[in-house]
Ligand binder design. Structure first.
Ligand code: ATP
Length: 284
């Protein structure tokens, strides 16, 4: 069972509007082991968030199934915690209260008030936020907000952690720092993680496998790359590791050679472009 902890079975997603139907996901099949760290990478708009939403239960698949730990997913639930790029903390609650809200909801009946308090503090400590318990989200930096979001998700002890570009809005140094923290926490807790990223280095550094999606519409899984690098991983040492660089190249090749975002120009489009350019020259 733990080898088939999460099963995404032939998932299709079609968005219908009054006039159009957009077939976004086409026959997505993926099986994830308990404790695996999976990254999903693909060009913008291919359907990564739609897939994550189908796993979270926020979106229902048009056909196919998502099964987590033997149970079919068809609505959001506390066994799947989401962390978004744009931190979704409640602005009127303090750092402590934001985590407390989730903890009280999940463990209100099973842990005593003291146990819950200790658990909230433990999780905030794990992400290095013990010093800012009483601060409001507006009073802390973007990286700190993201830390609190991660603490809140971890504190729910979800079966599955769903990260939608969790470090996407951060500067490079803060991003690297948080990646290190996530790796350290992952080594301790062995969470099962699905993470969307646009960052090839981040995907290789953090993942056990990288799922590469083809361009939409009708996006599907193009390739899955297994990352056999020992843990703990050190980004400085990996920079000169031939295997690391081989993995990097494989992802880059997929994205920039096999799945070029910009379609090649047709002869007609190419002519139009040329005449536009000519016009610009003559006007200038
Ligand atoms: N609720 C919706 N109704 C109609 N179309 C939608 C809806 N949600 C997403 N789409 C379409 O589905 C496609 C995939 O969107 P999605 O956000 O999943 O892509 P993505 O790969 O996560 O993009 P990005 O990397 O830019 O965040 C897009 O064409 C988008 O316009």
């Amino acid at each position: 069972m733990s080898d088939r902890y999460l099963i995404i079975d032939n998932v299709n997603k079609i968005f219908h509007s009054k006039k159009t139907a957009t077939h976004v996901l086409d026959s997505i099949n993926l099986t994830v082991k308990r404790g695996e760290y999976i990254s999903i990478i693909g060009h913008s708009g291919c359907g990564k968030s739609t897939l994550l939403n189908a796993v979270s239960g926020l979106t229902t698949a048009t056909s196919g199934y998502v099964i987590l730990d033997g149970k079919e997913v068809n609505a959001p639930g506390p066994d799947r915690a989401l962390v978004f790029q744009n931190h979704s903390l409640l602005p009127w609650l303090s750092v402590y209260e934001n985590v407390a809200l989730a903890v009280n909801k999940v463990f209100g009946a099973s842990k005593s008030a003291q146990e819950r308090k200790d658990w909230i503090l433990h999780n905030l400590d794990m992400v290095g936020m013990s010093h800012a318990l009483t601060r409001l989200p507006a009073e802390i930096s973007g990286g700190m907000k993201q830390r609190v979001g991660i603490a809140r998700a971890l504190a729910m002890q979800p079966k599955l952690l769903l990260l939608d570009e969790p470090f996407g809005a951060l500067d490079a140094l803060t991003r690297a720092h948080l990646q290190e923290e996530v790796m350290r926490i992952q080594a301790d807790l062995n969470n099962t993680v699905l993470m969307i990223t646009h960052d090839v280095d981040e995907a290789v550094l953090l993942s056990d496998r990288i799922v590469m999606m083809t361009n939409g519409p009708r996006a599907t899984i193009g390739e899955v790359l297994e990352i056999n690098l020992d843990r703990p991983r050190n980004r400085i040492e990996l920079a000169s590791d031939p295997l690391y660089n081989e993995y990097r190249r494989a992802v880059l090749r997929f994205l920039h050679e096999k799945q070029q975002k910009v379609a090649p120009l047709t002869p007609e489009a190419s002519e139009n472009k040329q005449s536009e350019a000519d016009q610009r020259v003559s006007v200038g």
